[in-house]
Design a protein around this ligand. Structure first.
Ligand SMILES: *[C@@H]1O[C@H](CO)[C@@H](O)[C@H](O)[C@H]1NC(C)=O
Length: 285
């Protein structure tokens, strides 16, 4: 009797850790809209969003984060996804919000998705960089990561950095570092602008459109009632190495190479858009 109770307890504890380390959508997220179009499946291991003519759908994290290294695997809408947008981002609230965005702009079958990124600090964005991917993002799950620490924001795809936004407060550029953010994701119709600038419309005969999520993992500081789980005195203890992580020389080279080969738009090269001069963070000399 005593033995089986101990065995049961051990199994329960082991089971708990396995589930916790695999990430669990029931535990970490709330479905926020879509009237049944968003679903958590397989005991919390899988989440799907869907979009049809009547509505899209979305979810958000239960936690608010102030800095983190956050991974999510996504498999995007396959086939003719033109007009659809899958947004996956961090955002705070209020008029002077901060935001870190991944947006996936769908396309006709066989034509490339665009991965659109942006960074807002204190309500100001206009910092778009866009990329093609080096794989078909609808054939399988791929990992999209955000490293956000006080010095930098790094966007990565399957572990390879594609964009770095450095803290350049020294040049007068506000950096997101005081407002906690939640994770949000949604699948919606944006055929007024998403595909070839709005020329290609959503083909509703292909609906419902579905995007899938799995293996959420966050090494992050969560904030509740104004208090960070990381404390304020000891930010760089060993399990929080990400809090001071930077790109080593190998990753800097990779970033350069990926930008050279896959970046299709960079606001920092768009002199037409900024006739008064490029934003100060673009001047990295
Ligand atoms: C869709 O495909 C066209 C043609 O290949 C390409 O110009 C465009 O960048 C692609 N992506 C989007 C989202 O429009």
């Amino acid at each position: 009797m005593a033995f089986s109770r101990v065995a049961l307890l051990i199994c329960t504890v082991i089971g708990y850790f396995v589930i916790a380390s695999a990430g669990n959508f029931y535990q970490d997220f709330d479905i926020t809209w879509g009237d049944g179009r968003a679903k958590i499946l397989n005991n919390g291991e899988l989440l799907t969003l869907s979009l049809d003519k009547a509505s899209g759908s979305g979810f958000q994290s239960k936690n608010e984060y102030l800095f983190g290294k956050i991974d999510m695997q996504l498999k995007l809408v396959p086939g003719n996804s033109a007009g659809t947008v899958t947004a996956y981002y961090l955002s705070s609230k209020g008029a002077t919000w901060d935001e870190i965005d991944f947006e996936f702009l769908g396309n006709l079958s066989g034509e490339p998705y665009i991965l659109h990124t942006n960074v807002f600090s204190q309500g100001k964005g206009n910092r778009e960089q866009q990329f093609y991917l080096w794989f078909d993002p609808t054939a399988d799950f791929h990992t999209y990561s955000i490293l956000w620490n006080p010095q930098r924001i790094v966007f990565s795809v399957d572990g390879s950095p594609i964009r770095e936004f450095k803290n350049m407060e020294s040049k007068g550029v506000p950096f997101p570092k005081n407002q906690a953010m939640r994770i949000y994701s949604s699948l919606w119709n944006a055929d007024d602008w998403a595909t070839r600038g709005g020329l290609v419309k959503t083909d509703w005969t292909q609906a419902p459109f579905t995007a899938s999520y799995r293996n959420f993992n966050a090494n992050a500081c969560t904030v509740s009632s104004g208090t960070s789980s990381c404390g304020s005195n000891n930010p760089s203890s060993s399990n929080n190495a990400w809090l001071s992580e930077e790109l080593d020389s190998t990753n800097q080279e990779r970033l350069k190479w990926l930008q050279k080969n896959y970046m299709i738009y960079n606001y920092c090269s768009d002199t037409q858009r900024f006739p008064q001069g490029l934003p100060p963070e673009c001047n990295t000399a």
